[in-house]
Design a protein around this ligand. Structure first.
Ligand code: MD6
Ligand code: FE
Length: 214
């Protein structure tokens, strides 16, 4: 991605609600460092396909870093300070993760954001994430900061009931979606990722989702 493009796209934002927005290209200046950070995290805590409480294997490959990691298994969803696969704490946040999350949250109106969990998601083409609320966190007000890298995707942003109308939000490499406050409990999801090749991530979409759990 050329620096010229980064300068042109960064700074524009689209409101999705009173306290929800897309910060277009906000992560572009951090992208290389974020991808290096993802490599560090996945070397210590490999991406894996979690099983849902209902026994389905999730299409999205996931891992975590930070004080807590989001886990799913036959017993349910939870945040765990220990990677159950490795039997040790999740890797620490790469410093650039905290820098970007704090800066993006501030740009969206949430100053002093201190996330304690970051879910790393990898989408192969065809992978989708069905509509859901992020409701396993104790803090239901602090924002979710969601960073898109690599292949483009369409994000669905809905209301407070599953059946509410959704808007389709195209997400490109470097885009950041922030939702908190009154918009924190909105349903959201990702349509199947179209096939493609991205110069920085190959055949994948990567997503970082920051939360404040406790
Ligand atoms: C995204 N991800 O990949 C948004 N939520 O753009 C999520 O909303 C999400 O990947 C809960 C658990 C896993 C996720
Ligand atoms: Fe979510």
């Amino acid at each position: 991605m050329s620096d010229l493009f980064a300068v042109q796209v960064r700074g524009r934002s689209t409101a999705l609600g009173p306290q929800a927005c897309v910060l277009h290209g906000h992560a572009l200046p951090f992208a290389e460092a974020l991808l290096a950070g993802i490599d560090t995290v996945t070397a210590a805590a490999p991406l894996r396909h979690l099983v849902t409480p209902g026994g389905h294997v999730m299409q999205v490959a996931m891992t975590n870093c930070g004080r807590f990691g989001w886990c799913s298994d036959r017993r349910g969803y939870r945040y765990d300070p220990v990677d159950p696969q490795a039997g040790r704490p999740w890797p620490a946040f790469p410093p650039v993760f905290l820098a970007l999350a704090g800066e993006a949250a501030a740009a969206a109106g949430f100053s002093g954001y201190r996330p304690d969990a970051c879910l790393v998601n990898r989408y192969a083409p065809g992978t989708r994430l069905s509509l859901h609320q992020d409701r396993d966190e104790d803090d239901r007000v602090a924002p979710i900061v969601s960073v898109s890298l690599g292949l483009p995707a369409t994000f669905l942003f809905g209301g407070f009931a599953r059946g509410d109308k959704t808007v389709r939000v195209p997400l490109l490499h470097g885009d950041v979606v922030v939702w908190g406050g009154v918009d924190r409990m909105r349903f959201h999801g990702v349509l199947p990722v179209p096939p493609g090749v991205h110069p920085d991530t190959g055949g994948y979409r990567l997503n970082l989702t920051f939360r404040k759990v406790r």
